[in-house]
Design a protein around this ligand. Sequence first.
Ligand SMILES: C[S@@+](CC[C@H](N)C(=O)[O-])C[C@H]1O[C@@H](n2cnc3c(N)ncnc32)[C@H](O)[C@@H]1O
Length: 293
Amino acid sequence: MTQDPAVSSFRFGKPTREDLPRLARLGYDAAIAHCGACRNYHMTAPYLRAMGTGGIGVEFAWDSQMDVLVRATAGRRTVRWLMAGAADAGMTGLVSGLAETVPGVDHHVTIVDRCQTPLILSRAHAEAEGMAVETILGDLRQFHRDRAFDVVLMHFTTIFFEDGELVPFLRHAATWLAPGGTMIAGFLHDRPSPEPSTPPAASVNEWRSAVVRAEMAAGRIDLPEDAGTFIARLERRNPTRTTRRVPVAEVAEIVRAAGLAPREIALLPFADDEAALWGADCRQRCFVVATLP
Ligand SMILES: C[S@@+](CC[C@H](N)C(=O)[O-])C[C@H]1O[C@@H](n2cnc3c(N)ncnc32)[C@H](O)[C@@H]1O
């Protein structure tokens, strides 16, 4: 029997060491103080994660992503990371998770975002972990630090670039990589569907709304506004990004055009129970792992 999405028990896992409820509340306040058009996105993303209803790149295909990070950093005593667009503390959380998995490595983490909110959250998580991080408020298009990083993590920041902007941006991003460095970039693409199906967004929003109401009623989340206001934010949370979806077949070509050698492309499938929520036409994601040739 198909489960009603609104009462689905599916939840994203918690792959990092972040204290998500605490960070969600901190992000809410930071977003009020610092966000512009990104407010609803930066305000809701950490709560969705805290409630297990929002995946960001950190949550998707966790095991294989950790494998990729372990491979990309194998043999290094020191790893210089650049998080190119962060959203919240998740990417810093990946490094603290990796440090736990592979001890004895020195991690230097730099995070660039054009909004202060993700930087505040990243610093808060780093501080809780005793990690030093450098945070830089600015536009990545104007960020210059040539050949300085061993790993550049760019989780879906690609969605903010229109056709024609993406390759020049990635070419610029390639200049940040030190020789032998690795770029791990996430792309969204349309999942080919053999047959039309009901647009899934309604059921996903229903599911999230039901979870928000249940979590609030049980006093499990510290949300300083009523559930209805928060749910309305969810529906208006992506005003700044493009609708650009990169077909997966084009991803390798785009990466090559930017002067990088794609090494692997990992499609990030939904878990079975998540797919039931999103439907057959859901957006899918992939990560490309690329190096300087
Ligand atoms: C899609 S979010 C990252 C998502 C998340 N890290 C994940 O794992 O899925 C992209 C972030 O990049 C930032 N961003 C977008 N365009 C940017 C630019 N040109 N310069 C700096 N930051 C940018 C946004 O503020 C946002 O926090």
